[in-house]
Write a protein that binds this ligand. Structure first.
Ligand SMILES: [Zn+2]
Length: 138
């Protein structure tokens, strides 16, 4: 896996997902050789308002050692579906969001969340609407 911090985000309407376009040249963290596109993986990210957005992440293949590396923009946490900022704010006590389970995520995804990408384009513009999922489930 490689984490990139210099990229642009484009919406791909045919895939209904956002593409991450790396502005740098990715190199293999193991051997330093250039990486080239292999395939893509679709994954979702939840921002602090509970809105789910889908991203197409590239998997890159090393021209030297042949390993496959997932290319992650720095606002996505490895192994997590929440934006880095949401996790950071939760961990530091700045935010009172609860981690959500899969059924909650599924429900959020099927709600009519307004589109927009404030937090990805401008980390300062994350809104902090609190969704109390425990209350809805009781
Ligand atoms: Zn390599």
């Amino acid at each position: 896996m490689i984490i990139i911090d210099h990229y642009s985000i484009k919406h791909d309407s045919t895939k209904n997902a956002f593409r991450i376009e790396n502005r740098g040249l990715p190199v293999c963290p193991d051997c330093g050789q250039p990486l080239s596109g292999y395939d893509t993986r679709k994954r979702h990210v939840i921002d602090s308002s509970g809105a789910v957005r889908w991203f197409l992440l590239r998997r890159l293949r090393c021209s030297g050692c042949g390993k496959i590396h997932l290319e992650l923009p720095d606002f996505i946490q490895p192994q997590k579906h929440y934006e880095s900022q949401v996790i950071r704010e939760t961990l530091t006590g700045l935010s009172d969001h609860c981690p959500a389970d899969d059924s909650t995520i599924w429900r959020w995804r099927n709600q009519n969340n307004p589109p927009g990408l404030h937090s990805a384009f401008d980390p300062g513009a994350v809104n902090s609407t609190y969704i109390d999922t425990k209350e809805e489930e009781s």
